[in-house]
Ligand binder design. Structure first.
Ligand code: FMN
Length: 136
């Protein structure tokens, strides 16, 4: 069966390491149960998350995420069927800062919402190719 891919962005509310760690811990436990994988790019001014897996599970998880008060203005950027996952080994990879290509000023002006879908997907394709030692 084909997998589904969903990407959204949002504005963190009360961002700190403790909150981030709690989000990632819950995500990894829940996502493993639902066969969801993906990545969460995070910086104090933006969350950008890719979720991939069975469509119904993604929709359910995204429903919970949208109701979460640890972020605001959740906006969907991409939703499509995919043949292959980008992060098959990751219940939720986290990427704090290092792949960032947009300045805080650009993000504040809403650049992410204006980019074509393939530019957004490219950010995650690049991230998926970076090798990592730690897998969760
Ligand atoms: C930026 C962000 C990303 C999140 N990503 C996930 C995720 O990938 N999977 C998940 O189950 N919950 C994720 N959550 C947490 C959900 O919003 C919600 O708290 C959680 O699914 C509730 O789980 P529970 O019903 O087991 O308490 C995320 C929350 C935020 C703020």
């Amino acid at each position: 069966m084909k997998n589904f891919q969903l990407i959204y962005w949002s504005q963190p509310f009360g961002y700190n390491l403790e909150i981030l760690s709690s989000i990632l811990t819950t995500s990894r436990v829940n996502n493993k149960k639902r066969n969801i994988t993906g990545a969460l790019i995070c910086r104090e001014d933006i969350f950008l998350q890719l979720l991939e897996g069975p469509k119904t599970d993604i929709e359910e998880t995204y429903g919970s995420i949208k109701r979460d008060d640890r972020h605001l203005n959740v906006q969907q950027l991409v939703d499509r069927n995919i043949d292959e996952r980008l992060f098959p080994a990751w219940a939720m990879k986290d990427d704090p800062v290092k792949t960032w290509m947009w300045s805080k000023e650009e993000v504040a002006k809403g650049i992410v919402g204006e980019l074509p879908q393939d530019e957004i997907v490219k950010v995650f394709e690049k991230l998926s190719k970076e090798s990592s030692i730690f897998k969760f």
